[in-house]
Design a protein around this ligand. Structure first.
Ligand SMILES: NC(=O)c1ccc[n+]([C@@H]2O[C@H](COP(=O)([O-])OP(=O)(O)OC[C@H]3O[C@@H](n4cnc5c(N)ncnc54)[C@H](OP(=O)(O)O)[C@@H]3O)[C@@H](O)[C@H]2O)c1
Length: 311
């Protein structure tokens, strides 16, 4: 993993040697390595650096003296890089989205986002969950991607405890129909009860079925659907202020249109899919494009891990 932006002395050290530490130089006590994936070799490991055409292209692009993708960052370093901003005591919420897109703008391939992803992308996906109070997700993504409850991960345990968070984020499913399989572990086996965000006109029998399965149903809209800004506020009122949405595109588009999205963590996957896949945000267009400023860019194996903040 290399930091491309913001450019710092550390960035230069990384591109020269490929072994310098990330933002929080992982000294004693840095966690995460134990639970890192199969490619979690320590500093100096060259496996990814010499792997495949994507890595070679990235090495060429980064100029003379550079070292392809450098070493893999620990989960602790990733958690530091993606820390939520400090929120004013007792008020407000920060909603970030984590999405992956192909080079030609596809947000899925064959109905899933996994073909666009990578090991490093999944580590960042897991890190963002590890930092969040709540993961907000559209019902179609739950149905298509077979969502399971969030896990408590040792790598984030101390950080979560220090931040006053429970062992795992709450999953909040946004649905108008509540046409969900309530016998799934997402509803029957979570560490913390799964929330369902819906409108006041939700079908009463489905609301009863959700509650019987152990889910909590929250109303955040006067009609059939959820009002995005109201959902954000309702979660914040419950103390779920560090919010993460994992889409899908129809839900994300509504957060954008409501100006409720504060940050986008976008993985640019070095793939092209052609076809007619959804983009990462759908629904009605906004009147004026919403502007974001780039906050950071990391790279591994040709994947760009970008972070944008709404201006
Ligand atoms: N590229 C990525 O990072 C990424 C991330 C996530 C998902 N995806 C892909 O995106 C696809 C699914 O996304 P999608 O856009 O079709 O669906 P989605 O946004 O995940 O879910 C849409 C559903 O959410 C509910 N919903 C949305 N807005 C609502 C509102 N305001 N009030 C009440 N309910 C609301 C409705 O559920 P009901 O029908 O139950 O009422 C609606 O049918 C999948 O192929 C998935 O793989 C990609």
């Amino acid at each position: 993993m290399r930091r491309l932006l913001p450019v710092t002395d550390m960035t230069a050290a990384e591109t020269e040697g490929g072994t310098a530490a990330g933002p929080a130089a992982a000294g004693p006590g840095a966690g995460g390595r134990a639970s890192a994936g199969p490619a979690a070799a320590g500093p100096g490991a060259g496996g990814r650096a010499s792997a495949g055409p994507a890595a070679a292209a990235s090495a060429a692009a980064s100029g003379p003296g550079s070292s392809a993708s450098g070493r893999e960052w620990s989960l602790d370093e990733l958690a530091d890089a993606y820390a939520y901003p400090a929120l004013p005591a007792g008020e407000g919420a920060w909603l970030r989205a984590n999405m992956v897109s192909s080079l030609d703008g596809a947000g899925q391939h064959d109905g899933r986002s996994q073909p666009l992803s990578s090991d490093a992308d999944m580590r960042i996906f897991g890190t963002l969950r590890g930092l969040a109070d709540v993961v907000v997700v559209g019902a179609e993504t739950v149905r298509l991607e077979g969502y399971r409850p969030a896990r408590a991960r040792e790598a984030f345990a101390a950080r979560r405890a220090a931040a006053g968070q429970g062992p795992a984020p709450v999953i909040a499913v946004v649905s108008a129909s509540l046409n969900l399989d309530f016998s799934l572990p997402l509803f029957t086996e979570p560490l913390v009860p799964t929330l369902i965000l819906t409108g006041a006109a939700a079908p009463p029998d489905r609301v009863r079925a959700a509650r019987a399965a152990g889910a909590e149903v929250l109303t955040a809209g006067d009609g059939a659907g959820v009002e995005p800004a109201r959902a954000k506020a309702a979660l914040a009122e419950r103390g779920l202020r560090r919010q993460l949405t994992e889409g899908g595109p129809r839900l994300l588009g509504q957060f954008v249109a409501a100006e409720a999205l504060d940050e986008l963590c976008l993985t640019v996957s070095p793939t092209m899919t052609a076809g007619s896949a959804q983009r990462i945000a759908g629904g009605p267009s906004v009147a004026v494009p919403t502007r974001f400023a780039v906050a950071s860019v990391l790279e591994q194996d040709g994947f760009l891990f970008t972070r944008y903040l709404r201006i």
